[in-house]
Design a protein around this ligand. Structure first.
Ligand SMILES: [Zn+2]
Length: 540
């Protein structure tokens, strides 16, 4: 089989400085993950998630399918200029050329190239049944579609990964064709062949056997990847089985997002591979970001994280108080399968919120905030109290920073709010109008402004900015980019409480603030005020 040099960050058999063999992580949250019902992400949401994935340090971020929808074309255009990825390689997704078509006038392949990524991933049919029935073409043409497309993309200088769709189902029925499809990809320049359990029906012992056979067949010429869906509840187990048989590239999504029952959950499989099998998946020091990244993505997509999620769930290391409490505190390792701090989570006793002093101190150092012991204690107390009320600071870094500053005795000196009022009227013609009045002090000057808006948040935002007026020119660059509301149920807080998250940007940086109240206007106002204060504090 032809040899191809690969510039993949892992190579096919490389190992890290620490000596642990490397398994590449390929994240497809932004493509396969967004197939989940009830989730729709804006381009901004996708950019924020990509940033988080880079923080986590995954090898590849599959950004979407350019050409499948205009949003993904815009995503790749903006990603190229707005994201500064330091660890991850952006990948555009597409498919092989059309049956009986030509590569040089194929729209899908052209869109892939125009996405401008150094790596591309194309899906190829590797189950004979699909070639004959879905594509209505011959097996020879099915093979040629893969060969031509891979050769074309590699010839354009792209690193080419090939998702072998329905590989396991195909291999069980006609292994000869599945291997022909795979060889077509390898011979013509694919650096990775990714074996996909597209219907998600495979079991670990089958995956382990088939991947071992494929591994013997292709040798070390190419990286074998694994892409599993969770229809039997075995996506993580199947991915682990594949790695045990020689796969060195694992595809999945954060929090297991994906259509039907979801994809292989990266927040589970990464720590399994790294902590249990001793394989290096992420750069040094990144695994401890896992819990915060997982939470951040859950918030961005407004899709709450399962508290019982392994490793990252709020309950993953939570212990019911009682007889065992002192024993757990004395010998945690007797009650926990791994040290929760390795994945950025923490031991939690259900009676109270446990926020680690070390975490607070680390955050303070990151923000350049000198913080002594009493201030750290103050932050921990405030966090406990506020999170109990329904705040969730994982997703609202700007509010967390302001809370920490206040714990050191800092107070914002930009303005002082005397009062705020908002009124919504229904007019006789059925239209609604909203008007807000804000009274603020700037220095010793009292300013009162009234403004209309298309809703209460818009009206108070406009009135507050008008009241601040001149002298705060920096606010002209601060915009709200998203506003999310969640009603918290009685399980997480007493009574029905509204949590508001607002995203802001000044064109150079983005930040998120949070407000919580039984009153949605108050919750919005808290988040809005924090957002503007943060914008003034960090004016470019
Ligand atoms: Zn998939």
């Amino acid at each position: 089989m032809a040899q191809h040099t690969t510039s993949s960050p892992a190579g096919s058999s490389s190992s890290t400085a620490s000596g642990a063999p490397l398994v590449e992580v390929f994240d497809t949250t932004l493509r396969d993950g967004l197939q989940v019902e009830g989730v729709s992400a804006t381009v901004d949401d996708k950019l924020r998630i990509a940033e988080q994935l880079d923080v986590l340090g995954v090898h590849y971020i599959e950004g979407g399918w350019p050409g499948a929808n205009p949003k993904d074309i815009e995503f790749f255009r903006r990603a190229a200029t707005e994201l500064r990825l330091t660890s991850s390689t952006m990948v555009a997704f597409g498919s092989t050329r059309r049956p009986r078509g030509r590569v040089d006038d194929d729209v899908t392949l052209r869109n892939l190239l125009e996405a401008g990524t150094s790596a591309v991933c194309i899906v190829a049919k590797s189950w004979d049944y699909h070639v004959l029935e879905a594509l209505q073409t011959t097996l020879d043409e099915g093979e040629a579609m893969i060969a031509d497309s891979v050769r074309f993309l590699a010839g354009e200088g792209r690193r080419v990964l090939v998702d072998m769709e329905h590989f396991f189902d195909g291999y069980q029925r006609n292994p000869e064709f599945s291997l022909r499809a795979l060889e077509a990809a390898v011979v013509h320049g694919a650096t990775h062949v990714v074996l996909c359990d597209t219907n998600g029906g495979s079991l670990p012992h089958e995956v382990e056997r088939i991947v071992a056979e494929v591994h013997r067949h292709v040798g070390a010429d190419v990286v074998i990847g694994i892409h599993c869906h969770d229809d039997t509840g075995c996506a993580v187990a199947n991915s682990m089985a594949a790695v045990r048989s020689g796969a060195r590239h694992v595809q999945g999504t954060l929090n297991g997002l994906g259509e039907r029952t979801g994809n292989c959950n990266l927040t589970t499989v990464i720590p399994n591979l790294q902590l249990k099998l001793g394989l290096r998946c992420l750069p040094e020091g990144r695994l401890e970001h896992l819990t915060s990244v997982s939470n951040h993505v859950a918030e961005v997509l407004n899709r709450p994280l399962n508290p019982q999620a392994p490793y990252v769930g709020a309950s993953a290391f939570a212990h019911k108080a009682g007889l065992h409490v002192s024993a757990i505190a004395r010998a945690k390792d007797a009650y926990e399968h791994v040290d929760p701090e390795l994945v950025g989570n923490g031991t939690r006793f259900v009676v109270s919120e446990m926020a680690g002093r070390a975490t607070i101190q680390m955050k303070a150092d990151e923000l350049g905030l000198p913080m002594d012991g009493p201030a750290v204690n103050q932050v921990i107390d405030d966090l406990k109290r506020l999170e109990h009320e329904g705040y969730h600071f994982e997703a609202a870094d700007a509010s967390l920073e302001l809370l920490m500053r206040r714990a050191t005795g800092w107070e914002q000196s930009f303005f002082r709010v005397e009062s705020m009022r908002v009124i919504t009227d229904e007019l006789p013609n059925g239209e609604f109008t909203t008007e807000a009045t804000v009274k603020v002090w700037v220095g010793d000057q009292r300013r009162v402004h009234t403004a209309e808006g298309n809703g209460p948040v818009n009206a108070i935002d406009t009135a507050l900015r008008a009241a601040l007026g001149g002298g705060f020119g920096q606010l002209g660059r601060v915009h709200l980019t998203d506003y999310k509301v969640r009603i918290l149920d009685g399980a997480t807080a007493t009574g029905a409480v509204t949590r508001v998250l607002i995203d802001f940007t000044n064109g150079e940086r983005s930040w998120t603030t949070i407000g919580v109240s039984t009153n949605i206007i108050e919750a919005s106002w808290r988040a809005l005020e924090d957002g503007l204060v943060y914008g003034l504090l960090h004016a470019p």
